[in-house]
Design a protein around this ligand. Structure first.
Ligand code: CAA
Length: 275
């Protein structure tokens, strides 16, 4: 999701530094932004000038120290606590003390992530949705330690990039995933139990409820590995069976069928549209 967050920030006129782990990953992320902007120009949604301005506001780097002058740092690495602990601790050391820190985690505790820094009063969650460029919501997650000033600054920034904010407490999954993840897991269970075909499950929810994507397609779109990781974290937190990843989901992740990102999940993503 990092490239989407960087894009909406740059698109709103903020000078934006994108830090990636390698030159390859950086080129891939910036390439995705370029592709989205080109599609926007082709569809007449944005002007060529706006696209050029957005790219001009972006600076790519593989060095953490290039984040030193940033006012707001948003972490969007995988849902892995150890990885986030190392990264957030390192960013805390290089960034100016007054900088605001945010995590885009979907499921880990913001309160716990804040303990990896010396600035828990300036640490909060900014939870974006896929695709970041099109989804209008950000969940702004406030911990017991987050200051009112930090909450206001983060909320103002989200509004400056055109997002609608809902403010939520630091509970695993916040509001959206608390409701969305059990629904997606139930769809996998319905499929696993042979109650209906993939297409019938997805069409049922699209046409029966007016959802823009069916749940199995959405799982592929978000990433089945990500969905599995979120479910696992929610299950560990709440110990409720509805959050437990179904066996089929686990096996698909183990088999590398992560959905769109690996080319195969419930759908085959090598075709356009996915089949
Ligand atoms: N540049 C600018 N605008 C663009 C664009 C581009 N490159 N591509 C599309 N758009 C615009 C379109 O022109 C269109 O605008 P209008 O409504 O003004 O016409 C709008 O964006 C929608 O685009 P499309 O018509 O091409 O696409 P769509 O109607 O098929 O919708 C979608 C695509 C928004 C992704 C929709 O399918 C959707 O909402 N899906 C559900 C996504 C969802 O549930 N996300 C949450 C996942 S959970 C998560 O992320 C959190 C987590 O922790 C796991």
């Amino acid at each position: 999701m990092g490239h989407g967050i960087a894009q909406v920030s740059a698109q709103a006129g903020h000078a934006t530094v994108v830090r990636e782990v390698s030159a390859d990953a950086l080129a891939k992320g910036l390439g995705m932004i370029r592709k989205f902007l080109e599609a926007g120009v082709a569809k007449g949604k944005i002007t060529q000038e706006a696209a050029d301005r957005t790219l001009g506001n972006l600076e790519g780097t593989t060095e953490l120290r290039d984040l030193a002058e940033c006012d707001l740092v948003i972490e969007a690495v995988s849902e892995n606590l150890a990885l986030k602990r190392d990264l957030i601790g390192n960013i805390d050391r290089v960034c100016q003390p007054e900088a605001l820190f945010a995590s885009n985690t979907s499921s880990l505790s913001i309160t716990e992530l804040a303990t990896f820094t010396k600035r828990p009063d300036r640490f909060l969650g900014l939870h974006f949705f896929n695709p970041v460029q099109l989804m209008k919501l950000v969940e702004v997650v406030k911990t017991l330690a987050t200051s009112d000033a930090a909450l206001k600054a983060a909320t103002d920034w989200c509004r400056s990039i055109g997002k609608t904010v809902v403010t939520v407490g630091d509970s695993t999954g916040f509001v959206v995933n608390r409701l969305l993840v059990p629904y997606m897991l139930d769809a996998v269970r319905v499929f696993e139990q042979g109650l209906a075909s993939r297409d019938d499950i997805d069409n049922a929810m699209k046409l029966g409820c007016g959802y823009p994507m069916g749940p199995l397609f959405l799982g592929d779109y978000v990433g089945l590995d990500t969905t599995h990781a979120i479910a696992q974290i929610m299950f560990e937190e709440f110990k409720e069976p509805r959050f437990a990843p179904p066996p089929l989901l686990r096996r698909m992740v183990l088999a590398g069928r992560h959905g769109r990102k690996t080319g195969r999940g419930f759908y085959d993503w090598s075709t356009n549209p996915p089949s």
